[in-house]
Write a protein that binds this ligand. Structure first.
Ligand code: GTP
Ligand code: MG
Length: 403
């Protein structure tokens, strides 16, 4: 087995090309109750499905704490290995983040490749990347994730082959792999940077001219559907996680006498979004960070909407700071009954309820954006006036002093 090649292939997401049978693993601990574990596993199943895998089984364990070596306890790992054989499983996917050594240990014990949530999300991103920029961003995140794992993978095989202490050609191979990976990473980063510079210039130009609104929120909340419905864009919208990886900006009409405005769609959020991805997508997410208004879109029909709202809220604050001008928009209200809509209105009266798919609630949403756009223009005008006054004052002073 060419381990480093295999690892690279895995990182590129190619291993999902045919339907692979996976087993999902979750652990409840004193820090995470069983309900949360179930909920997170349900989401992991959707992630695996979005990655094109077939879910062939689940293993859940209750423990006080995670086992430091294998996350699951020894007995449970054994049961997992048996399940893998019985069900002809290709890969094991853990909801918890695994250290390289934990992944390696479980691989040894099950004889299957082991992924964690971050690895799976990276795979989906790799599958969904369409543009040069998003491909670059994904590959950078993948390499950052892979490089520390190359070492461990090596140690692991060295031991398996019984070659303890025989640091021969293999080490050279590892060193070569790591060097190649690092060189490539540096090259990709340079390329992305030059793209970011170009994007930044374009963005600044546009921002000066128009009130900018950005759509943000949990993946699958309906951001692209809403962009399409409000602007006539044709961004791909589908019932899959992370359909959108690129920022798309379109003009949006907010009503009479409104300043020109733009609406941007961008990459969605999820619980435990790998930090390498957040870092390499920062230029895409800058659309959100620099917006004059952020519409935080929430799938109101999702049974986990509260956690999803909190996750997106926290990520938004982390990325954009606390004073982000934000408006919560509950989407998919067509899928709610009256009582649920009333509850939402009661719990969060300032939020707006819409159905992007059925174009419900758009008048109120537009009116809200319009009033903010008008306030934005007023503020800019008074700021410009003040600057002009100041300049005139300085000029007068200069003249008075005989300059
Ligand atoms: N019932 C209902 N479904 C909706 C509504 N808006 C969007 N959807 C569905 O929700 C799914 C996800 O929609 P997208 O617009 O792709 O969601 P997104 O937020 O852009 O998702 P990502 O780009 O994957 O993060 C699609 O199947 C849509 O048809 C709505 O108002 N009502
Ligand atoms: Mg989308």
């Amino acid at each position: 087995m060419g381990v480093n090649i295999a690892a690279t292939e895995a990182a590129r997401g190619r291993h999902w090309d045919k339907k692979e049978r996976v087993v999902l693993v979750g652990v409840s601990t004193k820090d995470q109750d069983p309900v949360a574990t179930r909920q997170h596993l349900a989401e992991l199943a959707r992630l695996a499905d979005s990655a094109g895998a077939e879910i062939a089984g689940e293993v859940v364990q209750n423990r006080q704490t995670l086992d430091p070596a294998t996350v699951l306890g020894a007995g449970k790992v054994k049961a997992l290995a048996e399940l893998c054989d019985a069900e002809d499983i290709d890969k094991v996917v853990f909801d918890d983040d695994l250290s390289p050594s934990q992944a390696k240990r479980v691989e040894e014990l099950t004889g299957r490749m082991v992924l964690d949530r971050s690895g799976l999300i990276l795979d989906i991103f790799a599958r969904q990347a369409r543009t040069r920029e998003s491909k670059l961003q994904v590959e950078i995140a993948q390499l950052e994730y892979l490089i520390p794992r190359l070492t461990k993978m090596w140690t692991h095989l060295e031991r398996q082959g019984g070659g303890i202490g025989t640091l021969g050609p293999g080490e050279t191979q590892l060193e070569t792999d790591r060097r190649i990976a690092r060189t490539r990473l540096a090259k990709l980063k340079r390329e992305l940077e030059s793209m970011e510079v170009a994007r930044g210039e374009r963005g600044k130009q546009r921002k000066r001219e128009a009130f900018s609104v950005a759509l943000a929120g949990y993946t699958n909340a309906g951001k692209s559907t809403l962009l399409n419905a409000l602007t006539g864009a044709k961004v791909l919208a589908q019932d899959r996680l992370f359909s959108t990886l690129d920022a798309t900006t379109r003009k949006v009409w907010l009503g009479h006498e409104s300043p020109d405005a733009t609406l941007s769609d961008t990459v969605g959020f999820i619980r435990k979004l790998p930090h390498h991805l957040v870092a390499s997508f920062r230029s895409t997410l800058a659309v959100v960070a620099e917006a004059d208004l952020v519409l935080h879109l929430v799938d109101a029909s999702d049974m986990f909407r509260e956690e999803e709202m909190r996750v997106a809220h926290d990520l938004l604050e982390e990325l954009c700071g606390r004073d982000l001008p934000r408006l919560v928009v509950f989407n998919k209200i067509d899928a709610l009954d009256d009582a649920d809509r009333q509850k939402l209105a009661h719990d969060l009266p300032q939020a707006i309820q819409v159905s992007a798919a059925q174009k419900l609630g758009f008048d109120l949403l537009r009116e809200n954006m319009r009033s903010r756009a008008l306030a934005w223009r007023e503020e800019r005008r008074s700021k410009a006036d003040k600057e002009l006054d100041k300049a005139l004052e300085e000029l007068e002073l200069l003249e008075a002093s005989g300059g």
